[in-house]
Design a protein around this ligand. Sequence first.
Ligand SMILES: [Ca+2]
Ligand SMILES: [Ca+2]
Ligand SMILES: [Ca+2]
Length: 181
Amino acid sequence: MRKHQNHRRGFTLIEATVSIVIVGVMFASALSMAGASKMTRHRRALSDRAHVLADALLAEVMALPYEDPDEATSALGQDASDVSVYNAKVAGDPEGHTVRRDWCDDIDDLNGWNQQPPVNYDGSAIAEAAGWQRKISVDWVKTDNLNAKSNVETGIKCIKVTVCYQDTFEITMVALRSRAR
Ligand SMILES: [Ca+2]
Ligand SMILES: [Ca+2]
Ligand SMILES: [Ca+2]
């Protein structure tokens, strides 16, 4: 009878040990799944915010005239007619902005635009924008191959808006704009 009791006690200890190991494994697995789920939610939140920031900026750029209304130019970027105007506005801006997007008078004035943290169209601050950056590049593209850049005016511009969060997340949205539109 005593022999049987010892055997029963030993079995119970093994059972408890197995049970602890199983619970431990399940707990570790649950923690791992919770971590992955949290990471997925974080990336989705970053993606949603990045798309909102990119959409807004792309819409602003696309609303600008295809080319400078004051002069004919053969280069991308700010034009001779813009520089003195923009410099005067920067000098007179009490909030000390660099060139604001609502001062630009054609799409490619924003070529090379790079702002961190991003601000609104009128230069006002965007809430919780720390860590975010927005960049714009504008190129002419070939009419027979819209993926290929051109060094000369073709009547079609490719606008790329890149939005990144620190060094962890980045999206680029692309739009084409023709002179004819
Ligand atoms: Ca211009
Ligand atoms: Ca101009
Ligand atoms: Ca220009």
